[in-house]
Unconditional design. Structure first.
Length: 47
């Protein structure tokens, strides 16, 4: 079946190196945001 957005982001995270803080949005998952971090702080504000 189709992977969840979180599963897709986890696969991307496995390929990244170093410190990061990222937020992902995709037209394929229009009502979802996925945030992830490694080593860096992450702050997200939504209104």
């Amino acid at each position: 079946g189709r992977p969840t957005f979180s599963q897709v982001v986890l696969e991307v995270m496995r390929q990244l190196e170093g410190a990061y803080a990222l937020i992902f949005k995709s037209p394929h998952y229009p009502n979802e945001l996925v945030a992830c971090k490694r080593g860096s702080p992450l702050l997200l504000g939504l209104k």
